[in-house]
Write a protein that binds this ligand. Structure first.
Ligand code: ADP
Ligand code: MG
Length: 239
């Protein structure tokens, strides 16, 4: 459902190799954790798969659509929450969601259905008709999360989504990720918070220096290594 085939990306005229011949294949109905230390290449990979950065080497397809050759179809099939919520802050929350709903062609009734549930879960109902410029970082993050789900995408991509969320919101987000997976859809999220990954992921990839260091099934890792398993494994491959 998400196929990353031998992609590479360099910055600074090739001096910094951020992603180095990375390949990954995601299944339908799984929560996939994309793990790595700071600077490992997670955000760069996510920017390539969402079409923000060009792919000069290798290819990526989302739900069968090549992100370079068939960008609109690929973009229709995923929702994306960036690592810092960049949203038009002159809008109110409702105007922002309507803007996205218009772009994705989501009927009004479906928007309202998605929002009613999520606004309540994220305690954002009171702020929804206020300007985003007055929102806290966490509130913007939660609005970006709602915006990424407005078109009920098959793939939900989140870059460090737990950053800046208070405990109830982080809990609500984890529940939403599970709900997405249980509906047969796919969640791909980056994190360096291993406890979260261990709790909710079905599979994880650990990257370092832009390379895939380990790909594993979380239950198998736990069975083999016991508690503290993911942290130990992370330290042994990427520490
Ligand atoms: N715009 C940029 N220009 C130059 N180097 C960059 C840029 N963005 C990221 N990098 C470098 O690429 C590497 C991977 O960064 P990034 O993908 O942001 O990692 P992560 O999200 O895992 O922390 C790091 O060495 C980082 O310094
Ligand atoms: Mg990052």
């Amino acid at each position: 459902m998400l196929e990353i085939n031998h992609v590479s990306m360099s910055y600074a005229n090739g001096k910094v190799k951020a992603v180095d011949d990375l390949s990954l294949s995601l299944r339908e109905g799984e929560i996939f954790g994309f793990l790595g230390a700071n600077g490992a290449g997670k955000t760069t990979t996510i920017k390539m798969l969402t079409g923000i950065l060009p792919i000069n080497c290798g290819s990526i397809s989302v739900c069968g659509h090549d992100i370079s050759k068939d960008a609109i179809a690929a973009k229709r099939s995923f929702g994306y929450v960036p690592d810092s919520p960049v949203i038009y802050d002159k809008f109110t929350g409702r105007e922002y969601i309507d803007f996205l709903g218009d772009i994705y062609g989501v009927p009004m009734s479906a928007r309202e259905e998605v929002c009613a549930d999520l606004l309540k879960k994220f305690s954002l109902s009171d702020a929804f008709d206020k300007r985003i410029s007055g929102y806290s970082h966490g509130m913007k993050q939660k609005l970006a999360i709602i915006g990424a789900l407005v078109h009920s995408p098959s793939l939900w991509v989140l870059d460090e989504p737990m950053m800046g969320l208070d405990p109830p919101s982080a809990f609500a987000l984890k529940e939403l990720m599970k709900k997405h997976r249980d509906a047969g859809k796919t969640v791909f999220f980056s994190t360096h918070v291993l406890d979260v990954a261990e709790k909710i992921c079905d599979r994880v990839a650990i990257i370092g220096g832009g390379k895939l260091l380990l790909l594993g099934d979380v239950d198998e890792i736990k069975a083999k290594k016991g508690d503290e398993s993911l942290e130990e494994l992370f330290m042994s491959v990427a520490g």
